[in-house]
Design a protein around this ligand. Structure first.
Ligand code: ADP
Length: 235
């Protein structure tokens, strides 16, 4: 079993930034040119070329996602200097907008309910974005066309809370702890159709821990999953 150790980060935040940048930059070029080709920007494509470009685009999006998750993992141990007051609803609104477009393309319905005037939390905006993104990526990945995803931000006494709820394939109770382990993926043929590396929930849990919060999962096979994150309100 691989877990994140409690020790200080392997690299400084500045080095983590550089590593992220070095990986992201070439991928952005590949993505840019692949999109240009897809839109016939360099001339009309044959059907075979369209299939090839679509595979390149899919692979590049996956690599970009893994790059952000690895960068987040590198940063988590040392990156407290970027902590600042943040409105979680604002981050969820931005990421939810893009996720909503992706949901529509795959026949899913995504709704976002944001509390008015939820108090700020003290957080690292980059890491918080990665956490929200990874929760939504999983909901989109493990929910079949026709399914629903609901994202909510609200407050309770001490925390600002985020729930991401889907009507997807669900998770068996005996997997609830293991899914947060580094590289762990539930071993069944349905979830493996969706790719991924087993990094997302490790990032999510590490970000939540770093911010003094908690995460809970409730799920039933074939009826969906609900992830509840609670982050302490700023003092
Ligand atoms: P990845 O999504 O890259 O496989 P994660 O660490 O994010 O890795 O998740 C680990 C595993 O937990 C996934 O492979 C999947 O089996 C399960 N899982 C996570 N989120 C969901 C969800 N919303 N619905 C069903 N299964 C999930």
């Amino acid at each position: 079993m691989e877990t994140l150790s409690g020790q200080q980060g392997l690299v400084s935040p500045a080095t983590a930034d550089v590593i992220g940048h070095e990986l992201r930059t070439p991928l952005s070029y590949i993505l840019g040119y692949a999109k240009l080709l897809e839109e016939n920007g360099l001339g009309p494509l044959t059907p075979e070329q369209k299939i090839a470009i679509s595979s390149i685009l899919k692979g590049t999006y996956n690599l970009l996602s893994v790059t952000e998750q690895l960068t987040a993992l590198l940063m988590i141990q040392t990156h407290t200097s970027a902590f600042q007051p943040i409105d979680l609803s604002e981050i969820v609104a931005q990421i939810g907008l893009l996720a909503g477009m992706r949901a529509e393309q795959t026949g899913l319905h995504l709704s976002v309910d944001l509390a008015d005037n939820a108090p700020p939390i003290t957080a690292d905006p980059y890491l918080l974005r990665q956490m929200v993104q990874a929760l939504l990526d999983n909901a989109l990945k493990f929910t079949m066309p026709g399914g629903r995803i609901n994202v909510r931000v609200f407050e309770d006494d001490a925390s600002v809370c985020l729930t991401v709820e889907d009507t997807g394939i669900g998770i068996r109770r005996n997997e609830f702890d293991r899914i947060f382990e580094l590289f762990y993926q539930v071993d069944n043929s349905i979830s493996r159709r969706f790719g991924g590396m087993g990094l997302g929930l490790t990032v999510i849990k590490a970000v939540v821990d770093q911010h003094g919060g908690t995460i809970q999962v409730t799920s039933h096979p074939n009826s969906g999953s609900r992830f509840l994150v609670k982050l302490p309100k700023s003092n």
